[in-house]
Design a protein around this ligand. Sequence first.
Ligand code: FAD
Length: 436
Amino acid sequence: MGNDRYDAVIVGAGPAGASAALLLAQNNSSVALIERGKKPGSKNMFGGSIYRKPTAKIIPGFWEKAPLERSIVTDELWLMDKNSAVKVGFTGLKFNEPPYNKFSAIRSKFDAWFANKAVEAGANLMTETLVDDLVYEKIGLLKKKVNGVKLDNGEIIYADVVLIAEGASANLTQKAGMRGRIEASSLTLYVKEELALPPEIIEARFNLEPGEGANLGMIGYPTSGVIGKGGLWTNKKSISLITGGYLNQINAKGISPYQLLSRFKKHPLIKRLIAGAESIAYKAHVIPKGGYENVPQLYDDGLLIAGDAAMMISGRRGSDIAMLTGLYAAETIAQARAAEDYSAKVLKGYEKRVMDSFFMKSIKKSKSAKKYYKDHPDADYLLTKAANDAAYRFFEVGVEPSEQKIKKIKKEILNMEPTKKLITDLYYGFKDWGIF
Ligand SMILES: Cc1cc2nc3c(=O)[nH]c(=O)nc-3n(C[C@H](O)[C@H](O)[C@H](O)COP(=O)(O)OP(=O)(O)OC[C@H]3O[C@@H](n4cnc5c(N)ncnc54)[C@H](O)[C@@H]3O)c2cc1C
């Protein structure tokens, strides 16, 4: 299995852990990257988009070699009702030219490639290895410092510092006392199905050329009254379809996310996009949506927390933020190594980097959206209903003066929701989607 003492042990070979492992190994640190899955990515899923700019901070020019699916040129948001959708979107063909904007990807392939970059740089990747707990050494009479990890087979691997990058479950983070229990209202649960289709059919259905991709996001119908999203990504030879929402609402309504997905696939506008496709993969995963007030303590003596385990999610962005927290952790660990001091005093530098980051500013701002949805769990439903009813009226060809028609539409909308509430629903709809 390799040494039993490393400069750093990293728990979890997702985007956060693999980034930190790669950067530390490039900096000549000895690193163990421990992953419970058969291979990195086998336990992971996302929608999903890999964003070019942040990812290139870890691996410059990654798009030339990474197993990416398509470069996204079409981005749309659909407000969906039973048999209609109001669509807001953009197609920018420039996004299919280097250095690109974002890519669709499949995590089982992408994570394996990414973690292998860390291995090529010298990290020791241990797969099918579950970390069960942290181990501590005593310093002085009262203090203790993390000194390594204990595996589920009882083996101990020692390290100067441990980086927990275990993802949303945050079991070790909780065991280490870095955070309390995560409430269901701070988690969203999503299911994803990957559906195989020939590339020519995908390109014809989404108006794409080879290599180009589309990403459609949906609110309203796909979540059946729960605050959440539907999403569709075109891959090379498949379509990824997801739906889900806040776990507490899913539980309260007694619906299974699998039922939600099956219902979503039957929507007449989705059915035609996936017609003839063969189901090739099915996965479920949670997203930590606790926001700023649920960010755990990020450092301790000999310990750092990165990525989803640290609640680092903002709108539609998570994997890139995980990578950036991996980068900040690696920078801080390098400083601690140079100072030969892995105490909380030095590792606190990580928290400062995270708190000063652009993404933390967005996470802090999203606090108000979370509260809004708690107070108005019907916001998405009312917004999509109002938008679709108004659009039906607007596009329906009538035999009345247009001013009269507009007046009627306004009145109908106002009967459904007061203007201020409608505008606020719309604002939070976009904000939560990650536009602001
Ligand atoms: C439905 C859905 C859609 C999403 N869409 C997007 C998107 O389009 N774009 C985007 O940027 N982000 C998206 N995200 C978010 C993104 O997937 C996460 O933010 C990102 O994966 C977090 O990376 P991470 O490295 O922190 O954790 P993870 O990717 O969860 O990796 C953690 C790793 O740790 C391993 N592990 C856990 N515990 C242990 C243990 N005790 N011992 C050993 N190994 C362990 C796991 O097996 C896993 O491989 C989406 C998420 C979901 C669920």
